[in-house]
Design a protein around this ligand. Structure first.
Ligand code: NAG
Ligand code: NAG
Ligand code: NAG
Length: 465
């Protein structure tokens, strides 16, 4: 008995020592500091998340590319056209969210009796530096997001995103008029002009009809955006048992009465942790207000909102992006046609900068990330494995790249989609296979190509009669 016990201790000691000796040298100091800066809940930040959480290989090298994402293509394939729809980079909170953050801060400052050291730290050391005039502007980190994305796309698609194409005017830039998008576009361009020491001015167009279609789609505005009933599931979830528990746990940690911690206040804590991290790479005491279980609930609350406001919840959400859908396919068709005639493609690359609200309806229209069962207020647990997860799909600088290739097999063209630089499988196409034939993808989307008419879909229901 004793012998076994002793052996056991020795073995435990041995295992412990080997873990230490094997792992410590691998974690050099810089790496250890970098990872300890990351809040444990950073994976659940939804649309407030860093791009690096989706692509951890970028931590430490923002220009690193994973070329194996393109390996599914045979070496004979030649890239002939690329369209990228990109969300703006990291930004400040909106005025509305800043107000809520200030309310939570004041609440803690004057009323919290929690004894944990981080409560003290918020009270004594936190500088409430967020002001309403920051109103969603791009931050310096957001400039870097786009500059480095430009460099990485030039490495992934060297014959399209190239100096020659840029100087030849074959890279088109289109942006939403919002300042954070225009500044992201400028940063993307600067990424390329700095890389190749290009002196010439590179133009960009502002086109809100294309990049902010949700503002000009009357039916979407009327039936969803301005209709509180459209988000009934979100409202139900916000007062439901899971969210209530998050609020109570937070109130307990802070030493505050339960009724003071509303959904707005848990949201403000989530935002403070997320913004301090995204903007300053700081793992702040705000992150201690929510544990991992709480963060998963908050993530669901946010996904639920995106689902009903921009995703599968209402059909008009995705249909409002018909104009962008046709814009992409008409350029693919044009490139295919020009290539068939043996000439060069007149528009090699289209870089289009918009919002999460631009990307999500489009991804939805294309049929990506659709779960069998709708996200509702009552199926949080059943949705634990859902594919509709904006923390993965829509961080800052999220991007959908659609690339067209001539693979020389008797003029056959192939098309590949990447989301955040990882391959996406088109609905109806075999997963993991080589990029599908463009004709097959086109056939799959034929009903949309024939019928998805922005003017018609966006007409108010009353005007349909
Ligand atoms: C690179 O891409 C491949 C294919 O998508 C993926 O399996 C792999 O995990 C990626 N590697 C890194 C370091 O992200
Ligand atoms: C955009 O960039 C310009 C020039 O760098 C700067 O002056 C301006 O403040 C920026 N605007 C926003 C909203 O970030
Ligand atoms: C915006 O893009 C749409 C779709 O491509 C196009 O029809 C429209 O003319 C463009 N508007 C401007 C102002 O360029």
């Amino acid at each position: 008995m004793r012998g076994i016990y002793f052996t056991c201790i020795l073995y435990t000691l041995y295992a412990f020592l080997s873990v230490i000796t094997c792992c410590v040298p691998m974690l050099n100091n810089a790496q250890a500091t970098v990872t300890s800066n990351i809040p444990t809940i950073a994976r659940y930040f939804t649309t407030k998340g860093r791009y690096e959480e989706v692509n951890p290989h970028l931590i430490g090298d923002l220009d690193a590319v994973n070329t194996s994402v393109l390996q599914a293509l045979s070496p004979g394939c030649r890239e002939i056209h690329l369209t990228a729809i990109i969300r703006h980079g990291t930004r400040y909170p909106t005025a509305r969210n800043v107000k809520k953050m200030q309310t939570l801060y004041n609440l803690i400052l004057h009323k919290a009796s929690g004894k944990d050291s981080w409560v003290r730290e918020i009270k004594d050391n936190f500088d409430m530096w967020y002001t309403e005039d920051m109103d969603g502007r791009l931050v310096e980190k957001g400039v870097l997001d786009h500059k480095h994305l430009a460099v990485r796309l030039s490495k992934l698609f060297p014959s399209l995103v190239s100096r020659e194409m840029l100087r030849g005017g074959k890279i088109r830039f289109v942006t939403s008029s919002k300042h954070r998008c225009v500044n992201s576009t400028l940063a993307f361009k600067r990424g390329l002009t700095d890389l190749w020491s290009v002196e010439e001015e590179v133009e960009h167009e502002v086109n809100d009809t294309l990049m902010r279609f949700f503002d000009v789609c009357a039916r979407f505005v009327d039936e969803v955006d301005q209709n509180p009933g459209a988000l009934a599931e979100v409202d139900k979830f916000n007062i439901g048992p899971e969210m209530q528990r998050v609020g109570e746990k937070m109130a307990d940690r802070l030493g505050l009465p339960y009724n003071l911690i509303t959904a707005d206040m848990t949201g403000a804590a989530f935002h403070l942790c997320a913004y301090e991290f995204a903007i300053k790479t700081v793992n702040s005491p705000w992150c201690r207000l929510l544990d991992e279980v709480d963060a998963q609930v908050m993530e669901y609350a946010n996904d639920l909102k995106q689902y009903w406001k921009r995703g599968y919840g209402h059909e008009i959400n995705s249909k409002s992006s018909c104009i962008l859908f046709h814009d992409i396919f008409s350029r693919l068709d044009k490139a295919a046609e020009e290539n068939k005639l043996g000439g060069p493609v007149s528009e090699a690359v289209s870089i289009q900068v918009g919002h999460a609200e631009t990307l999500l309806p489009l991804l939805t229209l294309l049929g990506f990330f659709q779960d069998e069962v709708a996200l509702t207020a009552t199926n949080y647990a059943a949705q634990a494995g859902r594919s509709f997860r904006t923390s993965r799909t829509l961080p800052y600088a999220a991007n959908l790249v659609v690339a067209l290739y001539d693979c020389g097999e008797g003029g056959d063209l192939r098309v590949q989609a990447l989301l955040n630089e990882a391959p996406l499988t088109f609905p109806g196409m075999a997963a993991g296979a080589a990029a599908p034939l463009y004709s097959d993808v086109r056939r799959h989307y034929l009903p949309l190509l024939l019928n998805c008419d922005f003017e018609k879909e966006c007409r108010l229901a009353a005007q349909h009669k």
